[in-house]
Structure formats: structure tokens, C-alpha cells
Design a protein around this ligand. Structure first.
Ligand code: GAL
Length: 634
């Protein structure tokens, strides 16, 4: 695994570039990402390019021995471009234009902006496509960041209507598919259909689902336009995009299919603070991040391409954008780096080289302080580089367990949650955590993935079962777990004729006859576990494997397959994981609180996320808080 950093030569006087490059190499870095926000410096006026500074920066970095990741700058269109085409900005749900003065102020559907994106991408790819130091291209930056996937502009409305016409053929088919007879919502032409915002009360969920599918396709096609241009001008280079954490606004499997390497931006402390974790977890893992945050995304993004992935931005210290921004425990930056290696990353690149003394991110740490002295992370990077060199290249292995992740499932749960706390990401993460607490390695895969060689398949929920998917599962003979709400909607967001779990009734002789959600803070006893958030009434001749004290079924087992009819808490998940692992022949470990492991072909890695020393049972070694240990596999 290579190490790198994100660098902005345009932020610094040219006199210090050479010293920066030398210092990067000395620290153990061999990659540097540049360019992704520099449009206005590349093209200060429409059509007049200033390449000189970027030529010199690239030469300087290359001659120091660094390989370069070059970003297209389309996340930050300059002021002159917005003034030229004021309607290129995205429109928010309230119908307001999103203003200039930060970033990502464009609408994916605006054809004029798409032409500009192709133009600047072509100009960069023509100029640098064959440069020997440029080995990777990054398209744009964090598609969707700052809530920018959905736009309610005229441009989006026009393209949505075209998308609908292509999908349904005629408007009566759409009316029937969406159930528009309800509330007299029928349309007589595609031209009458608006985006689903600004309705008096909720819009039709089928309308929302199609808007989300459409918006996701817009991201994919925007990205594909850049990819096609780069491939034509920069043969043999890899193309990536830096995805975000806990982010489901577009289908990353679709966009990932056009990339060579999926990368993601890893800010474990910011994510712990901003997401659903309990107050206790936020306190306990304040300076480490919850133990599964980084690994979850490593395993998710590995599944978004053919297996090639990396970390484009690694948190090196306090960030600036969470509600509270603590510093990592000493050791965490090295731990996060080696954990990426254990999960098969090709590189980890720190964000950013030097902390900026100006503008929005001046409180965001870098590897250097604003005065160019080293920040605490620098020595941890050196340590990680040493360990990486010592243990040598690591070959990734297929994990024994496939955990299914579906962006469409996330949209379905979000569009009609039915219970406020039914959060798709959290449900998948809880299953992932339960497997990882038991020392099991996991591949997170899309519904389209080949599942045949896995020993265990876990599907936390899949409301819309794609065509052919039930048959694909039926052909597997490994244990599998299927969670609540699976098969509860058709592809047009209606209840299936045979009720939930719809097509999955091919796997289970059961039917969901009613579903209820339970308010936060209330739970009901199960049998060694608690039932909260969600439960379903099941009609079946099967004897429940787990039931509540009244005998109401909670888990139904048919052969090696289980259907779970509640939101499972940790106690239930731990029991299910233990049973399924033993049926599947997957080895279980009893790991101390906060310890996580991961195997490559040759080594097993252990990472201590707790704030106390722990003993790693595998070797008997004591691992300090924020420490790691690596052992050769037998
Ligand atoms: C990412 C983004 C970077 C920087 C960073 C700060 O979301 O890609 O440009 O803003 O966050 O943590």
C-alpha cells in the first residue's frame, strides 16, 4: 500500500513547493493528489488557460519522485461561469437557487454545465493525459457532498420527464405503476410531471423513488462523460472518484462500475459525531471513532469496483465540520492507515498536507501546521510507512461472509420510513458490527454480486427484490439471514400481491400480515433480547426459532435460511451470528471490547479501538489503546 497526501500548490508560494515535495518523500509518501479545486487558477477567464503554474507544480512534484493523482476541478465552477450561466446552479427542495461562494453549486442535469465539464476535462486530459507521473485521475470531488445530488431545477425537470418517458413508454403505464388514481394524481402527458418537491403533503412514494433513481443516473452519466474523455486521452491510467462515508444519495455500485479504483474519504471522528451513535458510544470512542466505521466503508467500497479501492482522504487530526471536533488518540492515524492496508487498500492519502491558514477549512488539521512545522500525525505516518515496508505487500482474500448493501433499499427505507428510527445504514452497520465483534471478515456486496462462493449471506433488509434475485438465493445452499421489510415493495413501490416478503416467499413458507413501528425509547422483551423500533406479524406453519414471551415469532428458520421479523438488537444479532457461523463452518473469535481483526492472505491484523489496553487472544499480546498488532498466519 502506498501513502500519499492531498496538496494544493495554488494555496502556497511557489518557493516552498520543492521543500514540500522533499518533505513528503522523507515522510514516506509517494503519491500526491492535486488539482481538484483549481478551476479558476487554470482558467481565470473564459477560454483563456493558464497552465504554466500547474505545469511547474507537476514537474516539481514528479522530479521529487512523487506520482500524481490529478483531479478534474468540476466541483468548484468559477464565478465567471456562474455569471455566464446563472441557471446552472442546483435548486433546493424549497425552490431556492444554491448560491456561489463555497462549492458544488452545480446541477447535474444542466446541459450547459455538462458541456463545460466536458470542456475543462478535455483540456486537462489533453494537456496532462500522457504525463508519466500522472498515474491516477480523480473525477470531480465527492459527488453529492453538501446535499447536492437532488436538484429541483427546470433542467432536472426536463430530463426527469425524458427519463420517465423512456422507462414507461406511455403515461397511462406510469399512472398505473405509481397508483396515481389515488388522490386524483393522474397525468395525461409526461410533460405535466414535476419533480416531487413542494407538494402540500408527501408526494407519492413511487414518484420519489423514480426521482431518486433518475438523480442517481444523472450522477453516473455526469461521471461517465468525464471518464470517457480521460480514457481517450490518458491511456493506461487508473480513474477513481472519492466517495463519502455513510452516504447513500446515489447508487455507488452504478457509478463505481465505470471506475478502475473506488476511493473514499475517511473521517472516523467526524462520522461518529454526526451519525446515529449513542451518547455512550460518542463518549467512549470520542478520539478513536466507533471501531467499525472505517472498516465498514473499506469493505463497502471494495465491492463497488472489481475489488480495487483506496482511501483518498484520511483524517490526520481534528476536522472542522462536525458539531465537535476532537483530536484522535495518539496512535490512531497509524492504526487507521494499517487497517486500510489490512482490508486491501492500494493507497491511503491524508487530507491534507498543510493546514490552510485561510478560508473555510482553517481549523482542519493537516500533516503540517500552518507554519510548516510537523503536526502530531507526521510521526505516525512515518511509523505506518515503516510497518508497511516491513510486512511487505498484502494479498487480499475473499471473506467468508457476504453482507448485502443496496442503495435502492436505502432510498425505499428513507422515502417511507414508517417508523422514524428505521434507518437503513444503521441496520446494515449493526449487522456488520455483530459479525466483526465475532472476529469475522466481511465482503459488502451489491445485489448483482455473485454469491456462490460465500459461506454465509446476510441481507439486513431488501424491500425491493430485483428480478431473478429470489431464484439466485434459492440456488445457494449456504446459511442466510434475511431481515424485516424484505420483499415488502414492488419495483414501483407498491405492496406485492402476495404480501411481504413477496418474491422471497419462494425461500420461506411465511407471510407478513401486518407491520408496526415503535417509538424511540420503548422496547418489549424478547427471549434474551429486546424488541424495539419494528415488528411484524407473521403467518406461517413454521415453528419460530426465537419468539417473545407470548410466543409471537421473531425469527423463522427454514433449512439454513432465517427470516427476522423485528429490528434485531445487539443481543439477538450476537446469538444469530454465533448460530449461523457454526452452521456455516466460519470460525468465531471472542474478542475483547473494542478489538477488531482482519486477515490478508499472509497476516492477521488486530486493532485496539478501545481506550484501554486489551489482550489479543490469538497471540496473547497486549495491545495499547489505539495500538495494533500484526501476526503471520499459520
Ligand atoms: C472532504 C472534501 C475535502 C475537504 C475535507 C475536509 O469532504 O472532499 O475537500 O473538504 O472533506 O474534511
Amino acid at each position: 500500500m502506498k501513502l500519499g497526501c492531498c496538496y494544493y500548490p495554488e494555496h502556497w508560494p511557489e518557493e516552498i513547493w520543492a521543500e514540500d515535495a522533499r518533505h513528503m518523500i522523507e515522510m514516506g509518501l509517494s503519491l500526491v493528489r492535486i488539482g481538484e479545486f483549481a478551476w479558476n487558477r487554470i482558467e481565470p477567464e473564459p477560454g483563456s488557460y493558464d497552465w504554466d503554474w500547474l505545469d511547474r507544480a507537476i514537474e516539481m512534484l514528479a522530479s521529487a519522485g512523487l506520482k500524481i493523482i490529478l483531479g478534474t476541478p468540476t466541483a468548484t465552477p468559477p464565478k465567471w461561469l456562474v455569471d455566464q450561466m446563472p441557471d446552472m446552479v442546483a435548486i433546493d427542495r424549497e425552490g431556492r437557487p444554491r448560491g456561489f461562494g463555497s462549492r458544488r453549486h452545480y446541477c447535474f442535469s444542466h446541459l450547459g454545465y455538462r458541456a463545460e465539464s466536458r470542456r475543462i476535462t478535455t483540456a486537462m486530459a489533453e494537456r496532462y493525459g500522457e504525463h508519466p507521473a500522472i498515474t491516477i485521475w480523480q473525477t470531480d470531488n465527492e459527488y453529492g457532498c453538501h446535499d447536492t445530488v437532488l436538484s429541483f431545477s427546470d433542467a432536472a425537470a426536463t430530463r426527469f420527464r425524458e427519463w420517465l418517458a423512456a422507462r414507461y413508454g406511455d403515461v397511462d403505464t406510469l399512472n398505473a405503476a405509481w397508483g396515481n388514481v389515488f388522490w386524483s394524481m393522474e397525468y395525461s402527458s409526461f410533460d405535466e410531471i414535476d419533480p416531487p418537491n413542494l407538494t402540500v403533503t408527501e408526494a407519492n412514494p413511487a414518484h420519489w423513488l423514480d426521482y431518486r433513481r433518475f438523480a442517481s443516473d444523472e450522477v453516473a452519466s455526469f461521471n461517465r462523460e468525464q471518464v470517457d474523455i480521460i480514457r481517450a486521452h490518458s491511456p493506461g491510467r487508473n480513474i477513481t472518484h472519492n466517495f463519502m462515508g455513510f452516504f447513500t444519495e446515489f447508487d455507488h455500485h452504478t457509478t463505481g462500475a465505470d471506475l478502475d479504483i473506488a476511493t473514499w474519504d475517511s473521517y472516523p471522528l467526524g462520522f461518529l459525531e454526526q451519525f446515529w451513535f449513542s451518547e455512550d458510544e460518542k463518549r467512549e470512542f470520542l478520539r478513536q471513532g466507533h471501531p467499525d466505521i472505517a472498516a465498514f466503508h473499506h469493505d463497502l467500497y471494495r465491492g463497488c469496483t472489481g475489488g480495487r479501492w483506496g482511501v483518498m482522504e484520511q483524517q490526520p487530526g481534528p476536522v472542522n465540520w462536525a458539531r465537535f471536533n476532537p483530536a484522535p488518540l495518539p496512535g490512531m492515524v497509524a492504526l487507521w492507515t494499517l487497517e486500510a492496508m489490512a482490508h486491501g487498500a492500494e493507497f491511503t492519502s491524508y487530507f491534507r498536507w498543510r493546514q490552510a491558514p485561510f478560508a473555510q477549512e482553517q481549523m482542519h488539521a493537516g500533516l503540517l501546521r500552518p507554519d510548516s512545522e510537523e503536526a502530531p500525525a507526521a510521526d505516525e505516518v512515518r511509523e505506518a510507512a515503516r510497518v508497511i515496508a516491513d510486512i511487505g505487500p498484502q494479498e487480499a482474500m475473499r471473506a467468508p461472509v457476504a453482507l448485502l448493501f443496496s442503495y435502492e433499499a436505502a432510498w425505499a427505507c428513507g422515502i417511507q420510513p414508517q417508523g422514524k428510527s428505521f434507518r437503513y445504514l444503521e441496520l446494515v452497520y449493526e449487522h456488520y458490527s455483530a459479525l466483526r465483534r465475532a472476529g469475522i471478515d466481511v465482503d459488502i456486496v451489491s445485489p448483482a454480486a455473485d454469491l456462490t462462493d460465500y459461506q454465509l449471506v446476510v441481507i439486513p433488509t431488501l424491500p425491493i427484490v430485483p428480478d431473478g434475485f429470489a431464484e439466485k438465493l434459492a440456488a445457494l445452499d449456504c446459511p442466510m439471514l434475511i431481515g424485516p421489510r424484505s420483499g415488502s415493495k414492488t419495483e414501483n413501490f407498491c405492496i406485492p400481491d402476495n404480501l411481504a416478503p413477496g418474491a422471497l416467499q419462494e425461500l420461506f413458507a411465511l407471510k407478513v400480515t401486518r407491520a408496526e413501528s415503535i417509538r424511540d425509547g420503548v422496547s418489549e422483551p424478547g427471549d434474551g433480547f429486546e424488541i424495539a423500533r419494528w415488528r411484524e406479524d407473521i403467518t406461517s406453519d413454521l415453528e419460530p426459532e426465537f419468539a417473545d414471551p407470548d410466543g409471537t415469532g421473531v425469527v423463522y428458520k427454514q433449512g439454513g435460511r432465517r427470516y427476522v421479523s423485528v429490528w434485531p438488537d445487539r443481543a439477538l444479532l450476537d446469538q444469530l451470528v454465533a448460530r449461523m457461523a457454526s452452521e456455516a463452518g466460519v470460525a468465531l473469535a471472542v474478542l475483547p471490547e473494542g478489538l477488531r481483526t482482519r486477515r490478508s492472505a499472509s497476516h492477521i491484523f488486530a486493532f485496539n479501538y478501545s481506550n484501554k489496553p486489551v489482550v489479543w487472544p490469538e497471540t496473547g499480546a497486549e495491545i495499547a489503546p489505539a495500538g495494533f498488532a500484526i501476526a503471520r498466519r499459520a
